[in-house]
Design a protein around this ligand. Structure first.
Ligand SMILES: Nc1ncnc2c1ncn2[C@@H]1O[C@H](COP(=O)(O)OP(=O)(O)OP(=O)(O)O)[C@@H](O)[C@H]1O
Length: 363
């Protein structure tokens, strides 16, 4: 098993700086998701690791081999890296078996003996070996693309939005099969995605990128509970951000006085209340009958029903702000109904200097 180490990697195209000093360590045998909005530099980072282009500065090491450093660049075919592109990019005129063995030495290709084993690995029926790509579903094509990437036994597998072209029904099964295959081969993997649910559900650690910088690197649960700023908070899940007075261990906001989650100094004990904001996740907001004594009054603005659950948008009485609650998809309130809201669990504080974007808070 082989770790991947990226140190201070920079890249510009012309005068546009795309990567501004990326440091990323991917432990051997683990899966790191690189999550970020379109254009933040995710694919560029992947291409530099694969060796399809060179960084302007910094270093990349795969295990103890430096594959890029100023004055040194190991060609892609000698990096032991497998690459799975967005739409698989299978060779349309080759069978599944020929696609899978394409990157193998000629003797192994002729023997084709690894094909059944690789099909098993990615959860495909062995009988698909003689089919052509156009005779497969999108999800099957992506699994073949992974089998092709895994065939030469790479140390590192890079996956660039491999599920984004699949419809929702195929996506979940394909994701699970791909992650299972990566785990079985103990490959070290980097998955690029702009889908936060995908990143949180599949990866061992998530690297959040914004405008060419790595903003936060954490395990999924930690990232969701402790996003480093309000921008990341909104990117890794729905967030309700309310202006608040931050005090020692608690915050006063429109939803009442709420206990604060401790976080590396974001809400350190302070005798003086500070202005800032609190992050509440919609699933923390509970709805109660308006006649109840406890809770803050609110009026239902609208309801989005998703089957398993629902998002209820509510205007706090008397004049806002609007918040979103995520509730079970049964006994739903109707627009115009009056309810009371309570918050369960603790909330994360952002002093004014740790905020990005909304809401506007004056200190
Ligand atoms: N070869 C190139 N020449 C010039 N500009 C490029 C080149 N490749 C990428 N860029 C620019 O670099 C920026 C980052 O692109 P990149 O493809 O890495 O982003 P991304 O995060 O993967 O986006 P997406 O999710 O849309 O694929 C973009 O502004 C893009 O236009």
């Amino acid at each position: 098993m082989t770790a991947l180490t990226i140190t201070g990697v920079t890249k510009s195209f012309g005068t546009t700086s795309v990567l501004e000093g990326i440091d990323l360590y991917v432990p051997a045998g683990s899966l790191t998701a690189v999550l970020g909005p379109s254009g933040c530099g995710k694919t560029t980072l992947l291409r530099l690791i694969a060796g399809f282009a060179d960084p302007d500065g910094g270093a990349i090491a795969i295990g103890d081999q430096t594959v890029f450093a100023p004055g040194r660049s190991v060609p892609p075919q000698r990096r032991r890296v497998g690459y799975v592109a967005q739409e698989g990019a299978l060779f349309p005129h080759l069978s599944v078996a020929a696609n899978i063995t394409f990157g193998l030495p000629r003797s192994a290709r002729r023997a084709g003996e690894r094909v059944p084993e690789l099909l098993d690995l990615v959860g495909l029926d062995r009988r698909l070996a003689s089919r052509f790509p156009h005779e497969l579903s999108g999800g099957q094509q992506q699994r073949v693309a992974l089998a092709r990437a895994l065939a030469p036994g790479p140390s590192v597998v890079l996956l660039d939005e491999p599920f984004s072209s699949l419809d929702a029904g195929l996506r979940e099964g394909t994701r699970r099969a791909v992650v299972q295959a990566l785990r079985e081969t103990s490959a070290t993997a980097v998955l690029v995605t702009h889908d936060q649910a995908e990143a949180l559900s599949l990866a061992d650690q998530v690297a959040v990128m914004r405008q060419g910088r790595l903003i936060q690197l954490d395990a999924p649960a930690k990232l969701y509970r402790y996003p480093c700023d309000t921008g990341v908070a909104g990117f890794v899940g729905e967030s309700v951000l309310l202006p608040a007075d931050l005090r020692d261990g608690e915050a006063e906001c429109a939803l009442g006085v709420l206990p604060l989650r401790d976080s590396d100094g974001a809400a350190e004990a302070s005798a003086q209340p500070r202005r800032g904001a609190v992050l509440i996740r919609p699933e923390q907001i509970r709805l109660h009958p308006f006649a109840d004594a406890a809770g803050v009054g609110a009026q239902v603005a609208d309801v989005s029903f998703f089957g398993h659950d629902a998002a209820v948008r509510l205007d706090l009485l008397p004049d806002g702000p609007r918040v979103t609650a995520r509730v079970l998809g049964q006994d739903l309130p109707v627009p115009g109904e009056l309810v009371r809201l309570t918050v369960t669990g603790d909330v994360l504080a952002y002093p004014a200097d740790r905020m990005l974007g909304t809401p506007a808070v004056t200190s």
